[in-house]
Design a protein around this ligand. Structure first.
Ligand SMILES: Cc1cc2nc3c(=O)[nH]c(=O)nc-3n(C[C@H](O)[C@H](O)[C@H](O)COP(=O)(O)OP(=O)(O)OC[C@H]3O[C@@H](n4cnc5c(N)ncnc54)[C@H](O)[C@@H]3O)c2cc1C
Length: 374
């Protein structure tokens, strides 16, 4: 088994890294975080440079990893404008693909995916937003919470209830495309997040929003299945975010040790510092192997939900661990450097697209199911 990437992917990674170091400057990273502003110019440049190219899935994964390694807030913002597109890609009509996906994949449009509501995110089947059929329209009422790109998106793929659960809570849910310019749609930007402040997050309020029935994605009543299928894909990309952040923290630890050693600061190379470094390096490497294994299954069209959830959980944990240990090792230097952002930004990975607890539940349930014991 060969663990090396082929030459053209090594070249892709090099190109992404060069782009990231050129465009995601420390000044811009600090500014967008402080101002809690979405870096649309950087996103556009990433499309122009071919860094975001949905036709090259390994390239997409590397873009997320390498840009998050430089700055998580900018890295995620620049790569998340396609968030949710797999729902349309897998279940949408040819017309929907032409109308929406072509323009999202070229960077012209920004989209989002809305599942979470004010009542919670983990319990997907418990959502309350309704879409009621009226002639050739659906009328949507409800609210969505913490929606990435919520205020800047051109359209949102949304999970809604189209019929009562009838005993099974995950029945009667559907996915629909909502135009953000529709009458009755409001997006309120959420500010003051712990981290990833350059990403746009919003509360969405839907007050009698009308959408044509053609905006239903896939068969009515299959929304829960669409969203679960989507998460089995998107979690691989979250694992790549975690890998990038963990590697970025490790990079900074090494830079610090080098500088401090040159200045004759003995503690930088003490045994306890070496232990911390080794622990972080081991977590990063494990995150890398798991992320690439999950991606390899996914890109061969045979995603493995157990490996995907293990990768997402582990890489998120590696990012949080690495950022914290980097802070410990670098002390006041770290607190006053960009590591401060890594420390704040890492935490979201243990929350979005399935908390670590939810990932553990999936792993355990799938294992016992496969074992035939449930
Ligand atoms: C910055 C940001 C961006 C986001 N972007 C999006 C987006 O684009 N689209 C979207 O739909 N959502 C988005 N979310 C929401 C995110 O997916 C949810 O926060 C997440 O799913 C957890 O839901 P919750 O916060 O409501 O926590 P809850 O579901 O209320 O969970 C609270 C706690 O209980 C635990 N828990 C819940 N259920 C169980 C269980 N059955 N067993 C054991 N423990 C359990 C959880 O692990 C967690 O620790 C975003 C959130 C943030 C912060």
């Amino acid at each position: 088994m060969d663990f090396d990437f082929p030459e053209e992917l090594a070249e892709t990674r090099k190109k992404i890294r060069e782009f990231g170091l050129r465009e995601l400057t420390p000044e811009l990273a600090e500014k967008y975080d402080r101002e809690e502003k979405y870096p649309n110019e950087i996103r556009k440049k990433a499309f122009e440079a071919g860094i975001i190219n949905y036709e090259n899935p390994w390239g997409m994964l590397m873009a997320i990893e390498e840009l998050c390694r430089i700055d998580p807030g900018l890295g995620i913002s620049a790569t998340v404008s396609l968030f949710g597109e797999e729902v349309i890609m897998l279940f949408g009509t040819e017309e929907q693909k032409q109308k929406y996906l072509t323009r999202v994949n070229s960077g012209e449009l920004i989209m989002g995916l809305a599942v979470t509501e004010p009542g919670g995110g983990s319990d997907v089947a418990g959502i309350k937003t309704t879409a009621t059929r009226s002639g050739d329209k659906f009328i949507i009422n409800g609210a969505k919470m913490f929606i990435t790109n919520g205020q800047i998106a051109d359209f949102i793929v949304m999970l809604v209830r189209t019929s009562p659960p009838n005993g099974k809570r995950h029945h009667g849910l559907s996915t629909v495309i909502v135009d953000t310019k529709a009458k009755g749609f409001t997006a309120n930007k959420l500010e003051g997040k712990l981290g990833v402040r350059a990403t746009n997050t919003a509360e969405l309020v839907l007050n009698n929003v009308e959408i044509p029935v053609e905006n239903l994605v896939g068969p009515e009543g299959k929304g829960f299945y669409h969203i679960m299928t989507f998460f089995n894909i998107s979690r691989v990309y979250v694992a790549a975010q975690g890998l990038g952040i963990a590697q970025g923290a490790l990079d900074r630890m090494l830079q610090y040790i080098k500088k401090a050693s040159a200045l004759g600061i003995a503690e930088a190379n003490s045994e306890s510092s070496q232990f911390i470094l080794a622990e972080v390096a081991a977590k990063v490497e494990a995150a890398r192997l798991l992320t690439y294994k999950a991606a390899s299954f996914l890109f061969q069209f045979k995603p493995d939900p157990i490996i995907t959830s293990i990768a997402k959980w582990h890489a998120a944990e590696a990012a949080v661990f690495a950022a914290e240990k980097a802070m410990e090792l670098t002390g006041t230097t770290g607190i006053t450097s960009d590591l401060e952002r890594f420390y704040r930004d890492a935490k979201i990975l243990e929350i979005w697209e399935g908390t670590s607890e939810v990932e553990k539940l999936i792993i355990a349930r799938m294992l016992t199911k496969e074992d035939g014991t449930q």
